[in-house]
Design a protein around this ligand. Structure first.
Ligand code: V47
Length: 374
């Protein structure tokens, strides 16, 4: 360890010893970290772990989000994106439109499509498989990171298939990995308030387990900043850590700050920069078996996502291009960042940008590609 941190909160001293020794933190340690006002000390410890794992690298990718439909049978109070089918503002793109939109913008350089949408009552598993096959045919070099555990569970139920068969069919059609959304907070009490139409925490874990056992990597998330307690947050992290011990299938954890605008929970205040940095730092310290921590700039703002690179984060996400879920809920960030803007954020934070593909392999760019990208 380089030098000693200045620790104002003496309750953190036993945790510092564990961090130095590389020991696993307990549930109570997680609570102490969340309760401590000593953000700099917590961040310092998270940074130690982050640099132990990744040195000065910050990972980013050139990706594009695709949200094929916002029609959703669930009415989660946390969400501003989902609409009922009869809502005149709801949309569902045709397959041709999805394939066309996928090619818009910087398609030559994109390495990942991030595909998630509402739980549409009429779109079948075959339709989704055709969408994936069509994308693979047109963009064979692009990794398809598609469908949350919630979408998989719904598709399986809708098509009267097992989770296993649904995952196998999607994998055969081109689904390469899965994003981490829809986990929210596993606490039953919280889910009754914010997303009572969604699968429960146990089912989310079970779909993730089955995906991992089929060799499908995924990410994981936690939605914070609404009605959850510190105990709910730590319980959620400990459950993710336990599944990771079992499967090793999570690549990246992404803390997601609740955005209240246009949701049924609009009376809740937005999270603060303090809480956003605390969440990434505590996660880095608790999730000792998950390699990457992502500070998703769309949700955190580029400013906080940049600072987070010294509070435990080693990833900042990517170019994104078109984002709906957070912008429907009041995000004030832009829809996309260009590659050179990401490079600037990373280098100004004293980190070395590392362009990755979805599986964290280095992406080599030719000079010609760079001129398209900047
Ligand atoms: O599943 C929905 C959450 C998720 C709101 O895996 C909300 O690389 C805040 O999962 N306020 C989608 N959050 C985003 C997501 C994600 C983003 C970037 C990268 C990756 C990855 C995953 O956002 C949803 C839900 O959990 N969400 N509504 C809201 N009002």
């Amino acid at each position: 360890m380089r030098s000693e941190p200045i620790i104002d909160d003496s309750r953190l001293l036993p945790i510092l010893d564990k961090v130095k020794a590389g020991e696993r933190l307990s549930f109570d340690d997680g609570i102490a970290l969340y309760r401590s006002p000593d953000l700099l000390a917590v961040g310092w410890m998270a940074n130690v772990v982050r640099e132990r794992l990744h040195g000065d690298r910050t990972y980013f990718n050139v990706n594009r989000h695709i949200n094929p439909t916002d029609v959703c049978v669930a009415s989660c109070k946390l969400c501003a994106f989902g609409k009922k089918k009869k809502d005149p503002t709801a949309y569902t793109w045709s397959l041709d439109e999805i394939w066309h939109r996928a090619g818009e913008g910087w398609s030559e350089s994109i390495t990942e499509f991030h595909i998630v949408g509402g739980l549409h009552p009429e779109l079948t598993l075959d339709w989704y498989c055709e969408m994936l096959r069509g994308l693979k045919q047109r963009f064979p070099q692009v990794h398809l990171k598609a469908f949350t555990m919630v979408e998989i569970a719904y598709l399986a139920r809708r098509d009267k298939r097992s989770i296993h068969d649904t995952l196998v069919k999607l994998k055969e059609a081109g689904m390469d990995s899965m994003p981490g959304g829809g986990a929210e907070v596993f606490s039953e009490r919280v889910r009754r308030i914010i997303c009572d139409h969604k699968i429960d925490g146990g089912e989310w874990i079970d779909v993730a387990r089955q995906a991992h056992k089929l060799g499908i990597k995924s990410n994981c998330t936690m939605l914070y900043g609404h009605v959850e307690t510190e105990e709910d947050r730590v319980d959620h992290l400990v459950k993710l850590r336990a599944l990771q011990d079992e499967t090793g299938g999570f690549q990246t954890y992404i803390p997601l700050a609740f955005h209240p605008d246009n949701t049924a929970l609009a009376h809740i205040d937005r999270t603060t920069g303090f809480d956003d940095l605390k969440n990434i730092a505590v996660a880095r310290l608790m999730l000792d078996n998950i390699e990457h921590m992502k500070a998703y700039w769309v949700m955190m703002t580029p400013r906080i996502a940049q600072i987070a690179q010294r509070f435990g984060a080693d990833d900042i996400d990517g170019t994104v291009v078109e984002e709906k879920i957070y912008h429907d809920a009041g995000a004030t960030t832009s829809q996309s960042l260009r590659r050179n803007e990401l490079l600037r954020l990373i280098t100004e934070a004293g980190r070395v940008p590392f362009e990755r593909d979805t599986l964290y392999r280095a992406v080599e760019r030719s000079e010609a590609a760079f001129t398209i990208l900047v």
